[in-house]
Design a protein. Structure first.
Length: 116
């Protein structure tokens, strides 16, 4: 079955960096786009970044463009989110996403907390 396992979250000061990882299994990873979403307390889940199956194309929310970088390693079935210049408003649970056919799959999430 499809599994997405995020890691790398934590507590960081404003201006700092974190790198999130999402290890995928149960499907042909190199065939599908992958994405990152986040959900802050009291808010709806929102799109952060997306990467094509070959990594040739990437897409970002305006709020993170220029600070976050999505990448993937198809040999390791892993997608990454490098987050730099973090702001308190980036505080949220970050979720890995795989859109496979008609089904959206999600990981369990990893907490990112940015202190001011």
């Amino acid at each position: 079955q499809v599994q997405l396992v995020e890691s790398g979250g934590g507590l960081v000061q404003a201006g700092g960096s974190l790198r999130l990882s999402c290890a995928a299994s149960g499907f042909t990873f190199s065939s599908y786009y992958m994405g990152w979403f986040r959900q802050a307390p009291g808010k709806e889940r929102e799109f952060v970044a997306r990467i094509s199956n070959s990594a040739a194309s990437t897409y970002y929310a305006a709020s993170v463009k220029g600070r976050f970088t999505i990448s993937r390693d198809n040999a390791k079935n892993t997608v990454y989110l490098q987050m730099n210049s973090l702001k308190p408003e980036d505080t949220a649970v970050y979720y890995c996403n795989a859109d496979i056919g008609v089904t959206n799959y999600w990981g369990q999430g990893t907490q990112v907390t940015v202190s001011s």
